[in-house]
Design a protein around this ligand. Structure first.
Ligand code: COA
Length: 536
């Protein structure tokens, strides 16, 4: 029996109360941003869509999902704050949900935003959704009503956008079914999604699927074509064969989609018995997280207090607790799934990096998924540490993270600076899922430090060339650079650019991690002992 972690949290302490106030307001700001993204094209376009007798994109998703099943939304704020006509959510509603008892990847075009046209962020998001489907072997369901390429922005999407169709057919080859339900006009790129999918359903009198609509056909060949004969659902179901099923309305299309999924041989490939039948909640309230987690990333907080609120029964078997103490490592369960946790507890030293590498090897040896809880300002710097081989020890951790084959999930709890981001399985290290908390900050280094480094470089260069420094200009440069880096380190800047799979309320972390673990178990969970060369 694994012992539960104790807690030392003082709910009446000054720091707890300050964190609670700041984090509560950060969560409120997150809710507002999500509400805006979930409003799609806004009142005018939503009302117009409804007047046409159509379901809104999120209603389609909701009807497709099993009743009361959770929906793990992915990249809900992709494109947030970008401007230039890009709306938060990047014109796609995407995520993992349960359909007819099978976990699926769902991608629904947001028809109320520019007719569901795809911009560069939509392309990035659709690629990310395909990646999740592929890595975790989740059948993909596309709910389509799309004007194809966002035409004024075509140069940004034409080349990378082609990948979406390649992804579908390669998934088909790998035995991951792609199902497409077409609800409306789907032109050009929008037409290739039903064209490439394994199963296609079209809604009568609504779906219009063509490479070119009547105006372009007129321009190209001088033919006068009507929409229904050119690309109507009945024509595609009875004549061209692009559609496999003709649905008389949207509800029937959704029912057919669910039936198709129910006939798939959906069986989880992860090790049994997983999850374990006996799941106890943590001993401590997740509400405490808002008071525990520092609103200011410069102020450290105890990772064990977080773990105690994430894992089943708060039970944590800590590995090497006396060695490399700035990295907490150990085993636990989340919603019945075993996990090996690596959590930062300060700067990474050589010992903590070595311990992390060994721990990752052990998790691979027993095929246990990894959970990284990132709060890292970087690796330790200075002569003593360079002489002690901080680079080669850090490289061991990065080697282990890179070559590990068990699924990894990363939660950005606060700071994510420098190579610490890499060693702790940041986005470039391809964790299966990566979510952030609202207070998260990410950059090569903090704004003040970065500006300070450049100041020293500029002063040295001036001294070498015998020139004097313009103090006013230098101080302006420092101030502007610090402000720029500060803005670019923000969690919203990061999530808009798909550096994560979304920002979550810290209190939802246990459930989010549980859903991620459940999704990953659709593919085999297999570790490796092949890690390449470790320098000693
Ligand atoms: N790129 C950029 N913007 C587009 C667009 C596209 N492909 N298709 C539509 N839009 C914009 C419209 O300009 C309009 O903007 P506005 O509201 O600011 O005026 C908005 O999206 C809604 O379009 P609208 O035509 O009013 O919507 P609709 O529901 O009546 O018709 C379509 C939807 C998709 C049938 C129609 O817009 C259309 O045919 N679009 C062109 C499709 C096409 O040829 N794509 C080629 C891609 S390679």
């Amino acid at each position: 029996m694994i012992r539960p972690l104790p807690t030392r949290v003082d709910r009446h302490g000054e720091r707890f109360r300050q964190n609670l106030a700041a984090n509560t307001s950060a969560v409120a700001q997150l809710r507002e941003a999500l509400a805006l993204a979930r409003a799609g094209g806004g009142e005018k376009y939503n009302a117009r869509h409804k007047e046409r007798g159509k379901l809104l994109p999120r209603e389609r998703v909701e009807l497709l999902l099993d009743r009361d099943a959770p929906f793990l939304e992915i990249c809900a704020l992709a494109g947030h704050g970008i401007g230039a006509g890009v709306k938060a959510g990047a014109s796609i509603v995407g995520g993992v949900g349960v359909v007819a008892g099978v976990e699926c990847m769902i991608a629904c075009t947001e028809a109320t935003v520019k007719g569901g046209a795809m911009n560069e962020y939509s392309v990035m998001k659709s690629r990310r959704l395909a990646e999740i489907s592929e890595e975790n072997r989740l059948p993909a369901i596309h709910l389509i009503e799309s004007a194809g390429a966002d035409l004024p922005n075509q140069s940004r999407i034409f080349v990378p956008g082609g990948r979406a169709f390649r992804d579908i057919t390669r998934a088909s080859k790998a035995g991951i079914p792609n199902i497409c339900l077409v609800f409306g006009s789907s032109t050009a790129g929008g037409a290739y999604i039903p064209g490439m999918s394994d199963y296609t359903v079209m809604v009568d009198q609504q779906a219009r699927v063509f490479l070119a609509g009547p105006p372009l056909v007129k321009m190209a060949t001088n033919e006068d074509a009507d929409e229904e004969s050119l690309g109507g659902a009945a024509m595609h179901s009875r004549t061209s064969g692009v559609s496999d099923y003709l649905a008389h309305d949207e509800y029937e299309a959704i029912r057919l989609g669910r039936e198709i999924v129910s006939l798939l041989p959906g069986r989880k490939a992860g090790p049994a018995p997983c999850p374990s039948a006996d799941v106890s909640p943590p001993l401590y309230d997740a509400e405490d997280l808002l008071g525990i987690v520092s609103a200011d990333v410069k102020v450290p907080f105890d990772a064990r207090e977080v773990i105690a609120r994430l894992v089943d029964g708060s039970a944590f078997h800590e590995f090497k607790p006396e060695f490399g103490t700035t990295l907490v490592t150990g085993w636990a369960h989340v919603h019945g799934y075993p996990v090996g946790i690596l959590a930062n507890q300060g700067v990474l030293f050589s010992e903590s990096a070595q311990k992390g590498a060994q721990f990752i090897q052990l998790c691979n040896q027993k095929s246990v998924p990894l959970l990284f809880l990132q709060n890292i300002t970087g690796f330790m710097v200075g002569t003593q540490y360079e002489q002690g081989g901080i680079i080669k020890h850090g490289a061991k951790l990065i080697n282990a993270v890179s070559n590990s084959t068990v699924p990894a999930i990363t939660i950005m709890m606060g700071a994510s600076f420098g190579a610490g981001n890499y060693g702790m399985c940041g986005r470039a290290y391809a964790p299966r899922f990566l979510f952030s908390w609202p207070n998260h900050r990410i950059a090569v280094m903090g704004g003040e430090q970065l500006a300070g480094v450049l100041e020293i470089v500029k002063r040295d260069a001036a001294a070498k060339s015998g020139q004097s420094v313009d103090e006013m200009e230098l101080s302006m440069m420092k101030m502007m650079l610090a402000q720029q880096i500060d803005k670019e380190s923000n969690a919203y800047f990061a999530t808009a650019r798909l550096w994560d799979d979304g920002i979550i309320d810290p209190r939802d972390t246990r459930d989010v991690v549980g859903l991620c673990l459940s999704a990953t178990h659709n593919a085999p969970v297999e570790g490796t002992m092949a890690f390449g060369v470790f320098r000693h």
